[in-house]
Design a protein around this ligand. Structure first.
Ligand code: 13P
Length: 254
């Protein structure tokens, strides 16, 4: 059975105090209301990771992560944060290649491959994001785009390295737009991604790779999305900023 992961990507939201209050609420509600097996990952801004990882130290199925890291190990890179630093403050996951990083910070696949290496060499787990724009989908290029993103960002890894990776499919047209991919659209892409992994790394690794869906996931659509065979969780943006909606999404994963 593959691991199911529901992660909340806070993006650039929440003061430190607000963040602490939100995590306290979420962990309390999950204790009272959730007995499923999904891992719940809180992905706040860098400034909150240390405190949140301490708060969650005793929670069996909760952990924290970062939204990005440097592709370099250390040195004169003003403003950057290394994977080793993230590891030292208790992060377990690092999002790499979120579409907002690709779009606003010019991160491309070769660069992301280096970030994935940095994450893995510090014993952290990359959540590698991929997804097409609306224009690319309308031109029916989405499968090609996804194949390029995945092969250029990940397929240099050895089998043992790839076995650590989590993938998140986030169609750009569904992020923050309220427009979710239909379950059939998401399932089609997830099955395609699993096929790519199968062709490169074989059946066992393909079957064990967690592939999350992201893009306007809400309590109202989570159960249906999670019922699809190849959807193993969610990377949640807006709905992760509020305890009730985030916990209800977690509860949709049995
Ligand atoms: P929304 O859930 O706000 O659409 O954001 C999705 C996302 O980008 C998560 O990484």
């Amino acid at each position: 059975m593959r691991k199911k992961i529901i992660a909340g990507n806070w993006k650039m939201n929440k003061s430190f105090e607000e963040g602490m209050a939100l995590v306290t609420e979420i962990s309390g509600m999950l204790k009272d209301e959730y007995n499923g097996s999904a891992e719940v990952v809180i992905i706040p801004p860098f400034t909150h990771i240390n405190a949140i990882s301490r708060m969650l130290a005793d929670e069996k199925n909760m952990s924290t992560g970062a939204q990005n890291c440097s592709n370099h190990a250390s040195g004169a890179y003003t403003g950057e944060v290394s994977a080793a630093m993230l590891q030292s403050v208790g992060a377990k996951y690092v999002i790499t290649g979120h579409s907002e990083r690709r779009q606003y910070f010019m991160e491309h696949n070769a660069w992301l491959a280096q970030k994935v290496n940095a994450v893995l060499s510090n014993k952290l787990i990359p959540i590698y994001c991929c997804g097409e724009t609306l224009e690319e989908r309308e031109a029916n290029k989405h499968f090609d785009i996804l194949e390029t993103q995945i092969s250029e960002g990940l397929f240099h890894l050895t089998e043992a390295q790839f076995a650590q990776v989590v993938i998140a499919y986030e169609p750009v047209w569904a992020i923050g737009t309220g427009k979710t991919a239909t379950t059939a659209q998401a399932q089609e892409v997830h099955a395609f991604i699993r096929k790519l992994i199968h062709a490169k790394y074989g059946e066992a690794i393909a079957q064990n790779t967690t592939i999350q869906y992201g893009g306007s996931v809400k309590p109202e659509n989570a159960s249906e999305l999670f019922s699809a065979a190849d959807i193993d969780g969610a990377l949640v943006g807006g709905a992760a900023l509020q305890s009730r909606s985030f916990v209800d999404i977690v509860k949709a994963m049995r």
